[in-house]
Design a protein around this ligand. Structure first.
Ligand SMILES: [Cu+2]
Length: 444
């Protein structure tokens, strides 16, 4: 197994140089590995290397809850959400066959979705088994604590920290590498997940404005859709790989994406052979342009579209885990509402731009039966994997009713404040062991 790992990657060199010499060169000059480090910087790099990574010299915020105070906070009325993460480096499949050298939390990409309510205590424990070749860390964007202080957890060790999730919204969490060094490799190889913090008072009702004709006049028809919704989570990222499936840092610097993934898969939420058979009578006759995960023998990796009912409130938690912008768009639909934090940013918008390490909550009601494809409306991203098929109603006239069709387990977040449960089927970019664990969780 070829896991390329260096204690101080070129990313760290650039980052350190950026901290120290920010005023002496422009951003564009530091994007390539061609950047020449001076002897002075080489010495500095050596010094930092000797220390075991990057150590900031300035005090950083670390307002964590002392672990021995959690019990009394619970007695006072706080709730605790426990998050157990185990670092696991494992080979996982990629579109087109073959595997890549993934780094995961709990053997799955993305890591498990954390669900909390504003004001909850999130208590996260990271365990790094002695079998791991490298240390790992954790940076939860839900917290207001510097990951630098959490530090690196060495193989054979585990570490816990806790904080109050004060701000509602969607928040990435990710490995922080070895004291920030090699963080890019760890995150882009799969060590990322999402934490959803529900607003303490719940989500807002959704207002959808249509038109109707009354007495020969076109008038507005405002419809209130209750806050309770069926939910999905879509996490966008990129893979940067060498031919043998190792992390390719030069490709990352050059923004040369190997594949664009949604919840770990390129084109993972597309119809499969079973659906082909139902619709066309032939498992091999595809009903969508790209169905790379067709066969049932692929088990948890088999493609699966997202089945939605018409006229029902859907809340989609979208997170951009990657380096490139996500222009979130659903072909054939208009996004009824976009929220960030707990603040409405847009209503009735065609596309919403989500920057790197940023999320958005998209509310939508699918009005008519049909297939709708959610994309990152960057053509390079669409054609390298960022196309997710929603099947609304029963457009193929297969005879199923609302809610009958199960949805992929990795696209359905844990239940929260205003969630309507959905039927699920095991689907994940995960190990067989983790797929079995998920099967138990969803009763499958
Ligand atoms: Cu890591």
């Amino acid at each position: 197994m070829n896991r390329r790992y260096s204690i101080l990657s070129i990313a760290a060199v650039v980052a350190v140089a950026g901290i120290l010499f920010a005023s002496t060169y422009s951003q564009s000059e530091m994007t390539a590995t061609k950047y020449r480090v001076s002897t002075v910087q080489d010495n500095l790099v050596q010094k930092i290397n000797d220390m075991g990574g990057i150590a900031l010299q300035m005090p950083t915020a670390f307002a964590q809850i002392p672990l021995d105070q959690i019990d009394s906070m619970v007695q006072q009325g706080r709730h605790v959400v426990e998050v157990q993460l185990t670092a696991q480096s494992v080979d996982l499949p990629i579109m087109g066959g073959g595997k890549y050298h993934a780094m995961t939390f709990n053997g799955q990409v993305p890591a498990p979705t954390v669900r909390a309510t504003q004001g909850d205590i999130i208590k996260m424990t990271l365990t790094v088994p002695s079998t791991e070749l490298t240390a790992h860390g954790n940076d939860m964007h839900t917290s207001q604590i510097s990951a630098t202080n959490f530090g690196a957890v060495k193989p054979g060790e585990s570490k816990t920290f806790a904080y109050v999730a004060e701000v509602p919204g969607t928040f990435k969490y990710h490995c922080s590498g070895v004291n920030v060094a090699a963080m890019d490799q760890h995150v882009l190889s799969g060590m990322y997940g999402l934490a959803i913090v529900d607003p303490l008072n719940g989500y807002h009702n959704l207002l959808v404005t249509k038109t109707k004709v009354v007495n020969g006049q076109v008038v507005l028809d405002r419809q209130i859709v209750p806050a309770d919704a069926k939910e999905f989570v879509l996490e966008y990222n990129q893979l940067y790989l060498t031919a043998d499936g190792s992390y390719d840092q030069q490709a990352m610097f050059d923004h040369k994406t190997t594949q664009t993934v949604v919840n770990g898969f390129a084109f993972g939420y597309t119809p499969n052979g079973d659906i082909n058979k139902l619709v066309k009578g032939d498992a091999k006759q595809n009903i969508f342009v790209a169905q790379p995960w067709n066969d049932a023998s692929l088990k948890q990796y088999q493609g699966h579209p997202l089945f939605v009912d018409t006229g029902v409130h859907y809340r989609i938690f979208v997170e951009n885990q990657g380096n490139m912008p996500v222009f979130f768009h659903i072909v054939g639909e208009i996004l009824d509402r976009v929220t960030q934090g707990n603040v409405v940013q847009a209503q009735g918008t065609e596309t919403w731009n989500i920057g790197g390490s940023q999320g958005a909550i998209v509310d939508i009601v699918f009005d008519n039966p049909g297939a709708y494809v959610a994309v990152n409306h960057d053509y390079a991203a669409i054609f390298s994997g960022a196309a997710t098929v929603f099947v609304a109603g029963d457009p193929f006239k297969l005879g199923y009713g609302p809610g009958d069709m199960p949805n992929p387990s990795d696209a359905v977040p844990p239940l929260g404040k205003n969630s309507i449960p959905q039927k699920e089927v095991v689907h994940c970019l995960c190990t067989d062991d983790q797929a079995a664990t998920i099967a138990k969780q969803i009763g499958g």
